[in-house]
Design a binder for this molecule. Structure first.
Ligand code: GLP
Length: 233
């Protein structure tokens, strides 16, 4: 694992932007994208750049079950607002949170990932070490699946909703094996609430109880975190 500690998230985003630009210029065609607050400044850098995504494909990690793409808390809405409206891709895929047949949707999403192997995958990390919505206890062999969100994730994500009761209880998300199949991974983490997750991801045992710890086994991972998140390393 390569670990880059930056002063703050602005410098972190600039580093991440450098990596993405380099990979795109070197021929990366499929970007795995993430939501949450951590990637926002990176998306701003992309939006303000001269990079052209019109020949690229994006595949997002996850979507809440039950939210319409136009709902302003959905990840479809988030991606459109922060990136796609200014920088459209040739194809942009997110799981369909309104699918009535979840089993078919999950299979369909795995097929999309198989047909479009991810060149570079962006990740955030949950305070409990989740990646995408792969909560502690998720099998390292998992592919796309529907997950019940833990109470701690519901509470952490409630800040984006008017009311905690509005936070969906489940999501469709790429599995850990799908994430690990990306050729290159860049993970962003900022703020002292990520201290525990950063320390255990990097220094802890590799265990399904700490989903992000599997990244220790990936051959090309860069962790970009600020000093607040890195203070226990
Ligand atoms: C959610 C998302 C994750 C994200 C995490 C951390 O649970 N599903 O993909 O990494 O939040 O979010 P933030 O970057 O806002 O701390």
């Amino acid at each position: 694992m390569k670990i880059i500690v930056t002063k703050d998230k602005i410098t972190g985003a600039a580093k991440a932007f450098e990596i993405f630009s380099r990979e795109i210029k070197a021929g990366a065609k499929v970007l795995g994208l993430a939501t949450g607050s951590s990637p926002i400044e990176l998306y701003q850098n992309m939006t303000n750049s001269d990079l052209n995504f019109s020949n690229l494909t994006s595949i997002n990690l996850d979507e809440y079950v039950g939210l319409d793409p136009h709902n302003n808390q959905s990840y479809h809405y988030f991606m459109n607002k922060h990136l796609f409206k200014d920088k459209p891709f040739r194809h942009s895929y997110l799981p369909n949170g309104l699918a009535t047949d979840t089993v078919a949707e999950v299979k369909h999403y795995d097929q999309i990932i198989k047909e479009n192997p991810i060149d570079i995958q962006l990740l955030g990390i949950g305070r409990n070490g989740h990646i995408a919505f792969n909560e502690p206890g998720t099998s390292f062999d998992s592919t796309t699946h529907e997950v019940e969100l833990t109470q701690s994730t519901i509470e952490a994500n409630a800040r984006f909703f008017d009311n905690i009761d509005d936070v969906p209880k489940s999501a469709i998300c790429m599995g850990i094996a799908s994430i690990m199949s990306a050729k290159k991974i860049v993970l962003l983490a900022y703020g002292e609430k990520k201290r525990w997750a950063i320390k255990h991801m990097i220094e802890g045992p590799i265990t399904e109880e700490m989903p992000a710890s599997i990244l220790q086994k990936h051959p090309d991972v860069t962790i970009i975190c600020d000093e607040a998140a890195a203070q226990d390393l």
